[in-house]
Design a protein around this ligand. Structure first.
Ligand code: 2DE
Ligand code: MG
Ligand code: MG
Ligand code: MG
Length: 331
């Protein structure tokens, strides 16, 4: 999803008349001299499954001149960072499945999985440096730091003193900040970077960032909701895992808001026998799932509103579809 998003954003912003100047009329210093080897330094482009030139897509992205080579590379970098974060995530979460397969940590062990993630981050950094765009380098390097900051916030779990946890307005704000860092930062800053590489006008750059931020928040809210609602066979990754890990995500936070008795359970991170089951039941009984879906829908709507001034195009339609798909996904 993420590489496609970057390509669609590249296309949609290129078609915006507010653009400073077009690719053909004034190529950026990067793109006029940009001849990139494969992102993994492989001479054979077939070896690069990420955004192969002939990649099949229902969107018309393969030979589109509106998409710059640097923007295609950015899409690949985004995917490398994302995949690296999942390799590390599955180690941290002790997950045994990913994308309907064994997780890398199960198949190869934690050490190899961590090193594989590090390798992808290294390759992403090399590719980023080769774009020769300091602003984009800063944005995407910040994403890497943000992913880690988000995970740290999640380890801490709540903004409250754990001995006396009480639901306050800060509880949801903390969760949303964590969610921005661990998920929406990558989506928003890669969308922004696509517009920066395309030399878009400042308001177009801001719009692409706002789109990504809101879509990213919707995406993780749905992810946290699906953890309560779908089966592992549908998801292709463990479900019900968040509570087992002691994580208070949106469905639980909404349940907690109307059931203060959940506080002590959250405080001890569901470590005692029966905690998880009790918490899960309260989530279902207090519409925590529905409230999470409604909040996700608000963000998805904001994402669509953010790009409303983009001129109509297939790419814009694709970006809107991404929001709809995010809301309807079952995996
Ligand atoms: C997905 O959350 C996790 C995203 C960020 C992970 C970031 C880490 C810091 P989930 P699912 C681990 C390291 C960052 C790097 C290497 C850049 O809800 O449900 O656990 O798919 O995702 O397991
Ligand atoms: Mg996980
Ligand atoms: Mg995780
Ligand atoms: Mg999850």
């Amino acid at each position: 999803m993420r590489p496609m998003l970057v390509l669609l954003m590249s296309q949609a912003t290129a078609l915006d008349p507010r653009k400073h100047h077009t690719y053909t009329d004034k190529p950026s210093p990067v793109d006029s001299s940009f001849s990139a080897p494969s992102i993994l330094e492989d001479a054979n482009p077939e070896m690069n499954p990420l955004v192969a030139p002939n990649a099949e897509s229902k969107y018309d992205i393969a030979g589109d001149d509106n998409i710059l080579p640097s923007q295609r590379r950015l899409a690949e970098i985004t995917e490398l960072i994302h995949t690296a974060s999942l390799l590390h995530d599955d180690v941290i979460d002790n997950a045994v499945t990913r994308r309907a397969n064994s997780s890398a940590n199960l198949a190869f062990g934690n050490k190899m999985a961590v090193l594989a993630g590090d390798f992808l981050l290294g390759r992403a950094s090399v590719a980023l440096a080769r774009l020769r765009d300091p602003e984009v380098t800063e944005l995407m390097a910040t994403v890497i730091a943000n992913l880690v900051e988000g995970e740290f916030m999640q380890l801490k779990n709540t903004a409250q003193d754990e001995s006396k946890p009480v639901y306050t307005d800060e509880t949801l704000a903390y969760y949303l900040q964590k969610t921005y860092l661990k998920t929406a930062s990558l989506i928003s800053k890669s969308c922004r970077s696509a517009a920066v590489l395309g030399r878009s006008a400042p308001e177009v750059i801001e719009a692409s960032y706002a789109y990504g931020r809101n879509l990213g928040l919707a995406f993780q809210l749905v992810d946290d909701m699906l953890d309560y609602t779908v089966t592992e066979a549908e998801m292709g990754k463990p479900v019900g895992a968040d509570l087992e890990l002691g994580l208070a995500t949106a469905p639980l936070l909404f349940a907690w808001k109307s059931n203060p008795e959940l506080g002590p359970l959250v405080g001890r991170k569901f470590r005692e026998e029966g905690d998880v089951q009790k918490a899960r039941e309260l989530v279902y009984r207090s519409n925590g799932v529905e409230q999470t879906r409604a909040l996700a829908q608000e963000y998805a709507d904001k994402a669509i509103a953010a790009i409303s001034d983009f001129p109509d195009s297939d790419a814009k339609t694709g970006l809107i579809e991404m929001c709809e798909k995010t809301m309807n996904r079952r995996k």
